[in-house]
Design a binder for this molecule. Structure first.
Ligand code: CAA
Length: 379
């Protein structure tokens, strides 16, 4: 068993770290404060090849492995989790889904510009009454011969107003249950497609979260992904990979908070010495570092299994459930290490604490991950 990263991995990690510190850090507090989408920063991430990292170069991607993706996600998330969720959705839900299950025409038309970062994609599964219970889709895609007629509402859609391409999950035949669900590609600007108001969120405030409304939107049949009725399994497989991205985001939020706490503990003096000379702080740092290392190993194992084309459903669920808990615990402790300074925006840790919470909710809550894990254990 080897734990070493390759030269290429180290280069990707450094490129992501430099980008995060040089480009993302200067404006991150302002973007959070004003809920400003990192449009220019995402464009630059695309130019660096980070928006379609795992996509085959013949479709405009970086041809990198999933381990590289985890490394980049951790570095970007240390500084700006609003930016990394855009990256995660585009890479692992939209690009990976289209590359693995799309037709050649769909790949040429949609995947190529998505992988090059020229446009952004969104993944639309959640509804007002279908969150964790994802088979209860109310949005319908009724078969009209050469097209589907799409009607319904999607909620909490990341990249809701900034995306150009939307992968929408909808029910075609209610009688068939989950086997009657399809995934269709919707383009921004299709008549009947309206983007709803932006959500005012606790964390990842720079990301762009909206509801979407579809009224009699005509979707050409060639925009269906996979066979008729494949939509639910498509969503489940894509989300399984997505969970590696969100686990890595949680890992990055945790390690970013830890690094800030470590640096602060060297500077801040109390009772005549730096606070890191007090055992109360040393034990906090030791706990944080240990938990983060364990989360990193789970993320890397899930990524490695994906790279080996093994079944990674349980591994990605374990990585997400654990790393998101570590993100919550570590960011709370990082604020505590900073004392009063931790509670103000300039010190970054309060934002990381707010950003951490969503990693226990989106792309399958902690409770959903435990369903996935326990079903795998009992199978
Ligand atoms: N791969 C392939 N097939 C899968 C699968 C997988 N990983 N998981 C399930 N399936 C198949 C099952 O085998 C079953 O097929 P058969 O009937 O042919 O055997 C079918 O799908 C139905 O599966 P279940 O019976 O397990 O379905 P369920 O109703 O019990 O639900 C669940 C299981 C795990 C709870 C699922 O509904 C789920 O994952 N819910 C959470 C949804 C979610 O993650 N939402 C996040 C929204 S997207 C988002 O947040 C993106 C963003 O913007 C950041």
């Amino acid at each position: 068993m080897f734990f070493d990263l390759t030269e290429e991995h180290l280069m990707i990690q450094k490129a992501a770290r430099d980008f995060a510190n040089d480009v993302l850090k200067p404006g991150v507090i302002e973007r959070d404060e004003h809920q400003k989408f990192p449009a220019e920063e995402i464009k630059q991430l695309g130019e660096l090849g980070f928006m379609g990292m795992m996509v085959d170069p013949k479709y405009g991607g970086g041809g990198m492995d999933c381990v590289s993706y985890v490394l980049a996600m951790e570095e970007i998330s240390k500084v700006d989790a609003s930016c990394s969720v855009v990256m995660s959705v585009n890479n692992s839900l939209v690009c990976w889904g289209l590359e693995k299950f799309g037709t050649e025409e769909q790949k040429q038309k949609y995947l190529v510009p998505l992988a090059k970062g020229e446009i952004i994609g969104a993944f639309c599964l959640s509804e007002p009454e279908a969150g964790s219970d994802a088979t209860s889709q109310r949005t319908t895609a009724i078969d009209k011969g050469d097209h589907y007629l799409l009607n319904g509402t999607k909620n909490w859609i990341t990249n809701g107003s900034t995306a150009s391409v939307y992968l929408v999950i909808a029910q075609t035949d209610v009688a068939k249950g989950h086997k009657g669900i399809n995934a269709v590609i919707v383009e921004k600007g299709m008549p009947g497609f309206v983007v709803g108001p932006k959500e005012n969120k606790l964390g990842i405030r720079g990301s762009d979260t909206h509801s979407l409304m579809f009224t009699d939107v005509k979707i050409p049949k060639e925009n269906r992904i996979g066979e008729d009725g494949f939509g639910f399994k498509f969503a489940m497989q894509v989300l399984s990979g997505g969970r590696i991205g969100i686990a890595s985001q949680a890992l990055g939020i945790a390690s970013g908070a830890y690094e800030l706490a470590l640096a602060y503990s060297k500077e801040r003096k109390a009772f005549g010495k730096p606070i890191n000379q007090h055992q109360a702080i040393q034990f906090k740092l030791a706990d944080m570092a240990t938990q983060i290392e364990a989360a990193r190993l789970l993320c890397m194992k899930a990524a490695w299994m994906k790279d080996q084309h093994m079944n990674f459903d349980k591994a990605s669920a374990m990585a997400k459930v654990f790393a998101s808990k570590v993100a919550m615990d570590t960011t709370i402790e990082a604020v505590q290490v900073h004392g009063g300074y931790g509670y103000v925006k300039e010190y970054h840790v309060e934002r990381l604490m707010r950003d951490a919470k969503i990693t226990q909710i989106y792309e399958g809550t902690t409770e959903v991950q435990k369903i996935v894990i326990s079903r795998a254990l009992l199978a």
